[in-house]
Design a protein around this ligand. Structure first.
Ligand code: UD1
Length: 413
């Protein structure tokens, strides 16, 4: 159980340093199962999701060794995992399916866990594996896959990030050419392709809606530094919009954050870009319309932090969540803090400008947890954010330290 106590205070000043992206490093940890050689990640964030996936890779015969700030990953002889508790912990555990199938000719997973933000089925992952020639059986809570993989053409009904990554990782060692149509375009997909290509794979078009993978016989070791975390960087930007201030977000890649940055500017924030990051200044003033979409649309992972910005701005904001069906779980907690929000299905209407008051609130999922801490930065009195499942530590490294370094009053009890 993590508990954070937050108080409002002076505007945020100084800088925040962005870590490598959780959603980029997780598939790379899974990709290390594709070769017997070592994959070196020079800087690896210290997140509980990273530790959980490393635990699972180790159950598959892998070795994940911390080396200073980085990590060396290798799997001389992969095996099928027996235990399933790691898989229930993180949704990213599903990403071992493609690499194991490609390397061993078989894989076994349970239905993965993670944040309860929606049903999160894996039908598209399985559809992709079937198109590459895998036989799929469901037995005693496990999904078992086997087969010698060959190239295929896969159309994804939705541009699923995880399914695109899983199919890419399965196809790199398949015989022949694979094409993924309506692939996800998130920067983390292009980053994974860059890592796979450094390992000797032939992946083209990653980052676009059409990815072509030419299978190779084997992959080798590589060194790859994943991209900075656009969601962590975006959360820092939202923190400034909520508390007011002037912050350098060091390491942020503005080209990965366009949708958020435009919306913050519309809300009255000043943004300037530098080669090594961006500066965000001001405090949210005007309302906004947010529709979450696949990249390059507004990221669903920043919907909750941005809703706190909407609570601070004057006027009526409208949020439409189109990616996950259960991603408004922060709203009942915000109502307890005095926010004025109405929800109808996937639409939330926020009347901004109502003063927030400190309260004891509970963290329902990773991004909602971060959002509730941001709400505490603007609330009168003390806000106590209880996080019984440790969601915030899954995706933010030392979140409270990052905020206190900017002058915020946040304590982990
Ligand atoms: C990834 C991110 C997560 C982010 C999400 C959407 C990682 C580790 N996590 O999650 O932070 O919120 O992208 O940007 O990268 N779907 C299906 N069938 C499937 C797979 C997905 O219907 O087989 C649906 C999901 O229920 C959801 C939508 O597709 O409604 C998008 O999900 P997906 O892109 O797969 O998200 P994740 O890869 O799980």
């Amino acid at each position: 159980m993590a508990i954070f106590e937050v108080e409002s205070g002076a505007p945020l000043m100084g800088e925040a340093v962005v870590h490598p992206a959780k959603n980029a490093v997780l598939p790379i940890i899974a990709a290390s199962l594709l070769t017997k050689d070592t994959i070196l990640v020079p800087e690896m964030p210290d997140l509980s999701d990273v530790r959980a996936l490393c635990g699972l890779v180790q159950e598959c015969g892998g070795v994940c060794q911390r080396q200073g700030a980085g990590m060396a990953l290798s799997t001389p002889e992969p095996t099928l995992p027996e235990a399933s508790h790691m898989m229930r912990w993180t949704r990213a555990s599903v990403l071992i399916m493609g690499p194991l199938l490609a390397r061993l000719g078989s894989a076994r997973i349970t239905m993965p866990g993670g944040c309860a933000i929606g049903q999160r089925p894996i039908d598209l992952h399985l559809k992709g594996m079937a198109a590459l020639g895998a036989e799929i059986v469901t037995r005693q809570g496990f999904v078992e896959l086997k087969g010698r993989l060959h190239g295929g053409v896969i159309y994804l009904d939705l541009p699923s990030v995880g399914a695109t990554e899983n199919i890419m990782m399965a196809a790199v060692l398949a015989e022949g050419v694979t094409r993924i149509e309506n692939a996800a375009k998130e920067p983390e997909i292009a980053d994974l392709a860059q890592c796979l290509n450094a390992m000797g794979a032939q992946v083209q078009g990653a980052g676009s809606g059409s990815i072509v993978i030419r299978g190779v016989r084997s992959l080798h070791g590589a060194t790859h530094q994943p991209i900075p975390d656009r969601i962590e960087a975006g959360t820092f930007c939202c923190a400034v919009a909520v508390a007011g201030g002037n912050i350098l977000v060091r390491g942020a890649r503005p080209e990965h954050m366009r949708a958020l940055l435009f919306k913050l500017q519309e809300a009255g924030m000043s943004i300037s870009e530098f080669p090594g990051g961006l500066r965000v200044r001001g405090k949210a003033q005007w309302p906004m319309e947010i529709r979450t979409l696949s990249y390059p649309g507004f990221p669903t992972d920043l919907q909750a932090p941005m809703m706190i910005v909407a609570c601070i701005a004057q006027g009526t904001s409208v949020f439409l969540e189109t990616i996950f069906e259960n991603r408004f779980m922060h709203i009942p907690e915000l109502l307890r803090m005095g926010a004025n929000i109405r929800v109808e299905d996937h639409v939330a209407v926020i009347e901004g400008g109502y003063p927030l008051q400190g309260a004891s609130v509970s963290c329902p999922d990773l991004r909602s947890g971060a959002a509730l801490i941001l709400a505490g930065l603007a609330a009168e009195g003390v806000t106590r954010v209880e996080d019984p499942q440790g969601h915030i530590d899954r995706g933010y490294e030392n979140f409270e330290h990052a905020l206190t370094a900017m002058g915020a009053q946040v304590r982990r009890l």
